[in-house]
Design a protein. Structure first.
Lengths: 507, 384
């Protein structure tokens, strides 16, 4: 089977089979296991699972990566319970891996070395909405879109809107510093988290950040957001809530080529307009999406640009007209404005289900996530098509054009002989090309296990050693999400040996 | 073990997880094994990796309501309902699911006389308060109701099993509405004793095939439309084409219409009357919304006949009835219903319109004032 073929990747097998540095125990537990007994006493018997079915399911998130067998799976309902789990993990020297909705695309939630899985799905309460301070305190398992729906009657929403927003959790958004189409104007998750209650790997509970505009001391909140579960487990999040815009306009521009669409995006930003969203889809993905949603996307266009502006009606009317004009100057063959909320919702539904819709074409996909400078978009895209062609892999492009965040989607049938190797080879070249163009490894999916091997494209050994030191300050033994983010050579056991700063660091 | 699932169907799932929030059991448990993605993964583990079919795996499959709310949410169009029905069929054949007492319990459905006798016994038990309240049975189960008399031969009206025994007044309302629109109606009665939906859900698809063939044989002497006022039955009958895989079955399925769907196509034929002074919330039965996907018709038909129609803000999430599910899985069904009741409470309706007998009974069990859309139209047309 295609998906299981992926697990044969040697490097991952090594990872998955590798016993955790913070515990060397294989995962053949039974209910008589003292760890399970203590976990059940601390939570409740039905919220600590160790059956084969559960463990089979924990091996995967939404990425192509498959982890090893997990340890016990815990469903805590309170900070105190998370704290108890963390203390037992220390007592029994086990790693812990956090899990929200399991929609991550970099393997961040898969178990390596039989860790305890802490599922956030039962910590799913919106604790408090404070309109005066424009914040909401939520538990980590709250679904992103549920929060926005909860806030809707009050005229507010949670701004980061990943394509998976109908299912992904706030905790996962914090872990990955998630973005989304509307983060162009509003900023990514880090800009919307003011404070976090976290359980550190030591079991200590602390609050990072605060409700003051300028909290004292170092911004540890900022360090925690995007740390992919390697610094601790979030139990409560204070997020800012954003007032709904009084009016919104959504435009759909069609182009003959992706280059024309990319150039239009650069020109819009250069003209000083800050749209709420600028999304591009190439012809192949547009056709797949249209077959699923039937939103009226033009299937004969080489590329489409979905542009949204929000704000006061008079202002965005002018912005929408200017975007249309700029598009036409750059080769737009058609400019259409959504006339109704329904039409607008359909267009967005198409964009946000793009990744799933490709299964209409082939059973497997590998979704990449790199960022390039906006001005290089057209060039890098051409390289991506060339790379995929050379490896005989079908590539589709759908991306957050406004901030240069590319999502090349390699579509394939893993049952075909040698296809998987071709996909990985093409992927490696795409990442390398993006970084060479002045870009970065990941826009929003995170590093997880996926991008570890590419970290040295961007970071020197010193860079990575310093990241490892930050991590070790929170988690000296790599208990939290072991085996993720930092490459093997830079994880805890290695930095433990690095007792002093290398002589050449200070020049 | 071989679950006899088509590998291509199984491979359609790319595990994106977009189905999770649309799954009622995942919503109330947060448990991956109680989600469509998890269940599909377990099907793969069993079929492809020879994972043991242990209690936990069976629990995952048995806990599915088969509401199929995950299907419209799936961008990859995974045929989840068919995968689950086939899985249950294989497991039931292997005696791993659906114990003997359940198989016996389904038999009377296909036999009107047995059903009548069973209903009479149940009516007595209910009167003596021996039937748990949560089942939401009507206060009085009337087994000697007025028969439905044929009024012409424009359409068949599917009467079915339990609904005919317990909610025949809904049938009468539906028939009167069809007649008011000028259609002569033939009730199917013993020509089509049961659609076989509950049996298929329980993995007893063999029984369903027999019932389907019997019904098709009796109703295929002509090509009249077959109108159904139970969303679950209509969905099952529209699926005969897939179930039997024959051109005849496909042609038969195309003749099947939900009654709201049918009347929405002929709305102009219904007399114009003054609307009832009620605020009505529409509760979409899953098999009308997610399977037949004709739930808009309920609104089209109701709109002229009520003062106000309101929507529930829960994306059509299941109410937990699920045919026999509320009896077999009372705890989960109750938790799922709590969510639905909360969504209903938010919009403070006078009445909740539900076009499926199972949903109506399950919600009535929680004190929700449910009514079939056809009864609303009937009341408006008759001015009562």
């Amino acid at each position: 089977m295609a998906r299981s073929a992926l697990k044969s990747l040697q490097s991952l097998k090594d990872l998955a089979g590798r016993a955790s540095r913070s515990g060397g125990r294989p995962a053949d537990e039974t209910a008589s296991d003292p760890l399970i007994g203590e976990l059940r006493a601390a939570l409740s018997p039905d919220r600590v699972r160790s059956d084969g079915a559960q463990k089979a399911l924990m091996k995967k998130d939404a990425s192509v990566f498959e982890g090893g067998v997990s340890g016990p799976l815990c469903y805590p309902e309170s900070t105190a319970e998370v704290q108890a789990i963390m203390k037992l993990a220390e007592k029994y020297d086990r790693g812990v891996v956090p899990r929200g909705a399991g929609t991550g695309l970099a393997g961040g939630a898969i178990p390596l070395g039989a860790p305890i899985v802490i599922a956030a799905t039962k910590m799913n309460h919106i604790l408090e909405v404070d309109l005066d301070n424009r914040i909401a305190w939520v538990e980590p398992g709250v679904i992103n879109l549920d929060l926005t729906k909860h806030l809707a009657p009050m005229g507010f929403h949670f701004a980061p809107d990943p394509s998976s927003q109908q299912v992904c959790t706030i905790g996962g958004n914090v872990a990955n510093n998630s973005g989304g189409p509307h983060c162009l104007a509003y900023g990514v998750t880090n800009a919307h988290v003011v404070a976090l209650e976290v359980v550190l790997p030591s079991g200590e509970v602390t609050v990072l950040g605060g409700l003051d505009a300028e909290p004292l001391g170092y911004d540890l909140r900022g360090a925690f957001v995007g740390s992919e579960g390697t610094l601790g487990f979030t139990t409560k999040v204070a997020v800012t809530i954003t007032p709904n815009a009084p009016d919104v306009r959504t435009l759909l521009l069609s182009f003959d080529t992706v280059r024309d669409a990319a150039n239009t995006v650069s020109a819009i930003i250069a003209a000083g307009i800050v749209p709420a969203a600028l999304e591009v889809m190439d012809q192949r993905i547009t056709q797949a999406v249209e077959a699923y949603v039937g939103a009226g996307y033009p299937t004969d266009a080489g590329a489409v640009l979905l542009a949204e502006v929000d704000g006061l009606a008079d202002g965005i009317k002018i912005d929408a007209e200017r975007i249309g004009d700029i598009g036409r100057q750059h080769g737009a063959t058609n400019v259409r404005q959504a006339e109704t909320d329904h039409e607008r919702a359909l267009l967005w539904k198409g964009r946000k289900t793009a990744f799933g819709a490709i299964a209409q074409i082939a059973p497997d996909y590998y979704l990449h996530d790199t960022v390039v400078p906006r001005s290089k978009l057209a060039d890098v895209l051409e390289q991506i098509y060339e790379i995929a062609d050379r490896h005989d892999v079908l590539v589709m492009n759908v991306f957050h054009a406004g901030d240069g965040n590319l999502h090349p989607l390699l579509v394939f049938d893993g049952r075909e002989e040698g296809k998987l190797d071709a996909v990985h080879a093409a992927g490696a070249e795409i990442v390398t090309a993006s970084v060479a163009a002045g870009g970065v490894l990941s826009g929003e999916h995170g590093i997880g296990v996926e991008k570890q091997a590419y970290m040295d494209l961007m970071f020197t050994d010193d860079d990575m050693d310093h990241q490892a030191r930050l991590r070790r300050a929170f988690d000296p033994v790599c208990r939290a999400n072991p085996g993720k983010v930092l490459p093997m050579g830079h994880s805890c056991a290695d930095i433990a040996a690095l007792r002093s700063v290398p002589a050449d660091v200070w020049g | 073990m071989d679950l006899k699932l088509d590998p291509d169907d199984l491979n359609t799932c790319v595990q994106c997880g977009l189905c999770l929030p649309h799954c009622p059991t995942f919503r109330v448990t947060g448990d991956e094994a109680m989600s469509p993605r998890g269940r599909i993964q377990l099907m793969r583990e069993v079929q492809d990796n020879d994972a043991p079919v242990d209690d936990d795996v069976l629990r995952s499959f048995a806990s599915c309501v088969q509401c199929r709310g995950c299907e419209p949410a799936c961008p990859s169009s995974v045929p989840y309902g068919h995968l689950m029905e086939r899985t249950r069929e294989t497991l039931a054949d292997a005696k791993l699911m659906t114990p003997g007492w359940q198989r016996l319990a389904f038999l009377p459905l296909a036999n009107p006389k047995l059903l009548q006798a069973g209903s009479a016994a149940l009516a007595v038990a209910n009167k003596l308060h021996l039937v748990p309240k949560r089942l939401g049975l009507p206060e009085e189960i009337r087994v000697d109701q007025k028969p439905i008399i044929a009024s012409g031969d424009d359409v068949y009206f599917f009467t079915g099993c339990v609904m005919d025994a317990w909610q025949r007044e809904v049938h009468h309302a539906g028939v009167r509405n069809l007649e008011a629109a000028g259609f002569g109606v033939t009730p199917t009665n013993e020509l089509a004793p049961c659609c076989g939906a509950l049996q298929a859900h329980a993995g007893l698809a063999g029984q369903t095939r027999t019932l389907a063939e019997q019904m098709m044989g009796n109703l295929s002497v002509d090509t009249r439309p077959i109108v159904v006022d139970s969303a679950g039955c209509g969905a099952a009958m529209k699926d005969y084409g897939h179930l039997l895989g024959t051109p005849e079955a496909k042609a038969f399925s195309e003749r099947v219409f939900d009654i709201q769907e049918f009347l929405a196509l002929h709305l102009e034929k219904l007399p114009a009357v003054s609307a009832l002074d009620v605020r009505v919330a529409v509760q979409d039965p899953c098999h009308l919304r997610h399977v037949q996907r004709v739930h808009e018709a309920t609104r089209t038909v109701l709109r002229p006949f009520v003062r106000e129609l309101v929507e529930l803000d829960d994306d059509g999430l299941c109410c937990g009835a699920g045919g026999a599910y509320s009896v077999l899985e009372p705890e989960l069904a109750g938790d799922i219903r709590d969510r639905k009741v909360a969504a209903i409470d938010q919009v403070t309706p006078d009445l909740v319109a539900s076009a499926n007998p199972g949903c109506a009974m399950h919600l009535a069990g929680a004190g929700v004032p449910t009514i079939h859309p056809m009864e609303i139209v009937d009341r408006a047309l008759r001015g009562i």
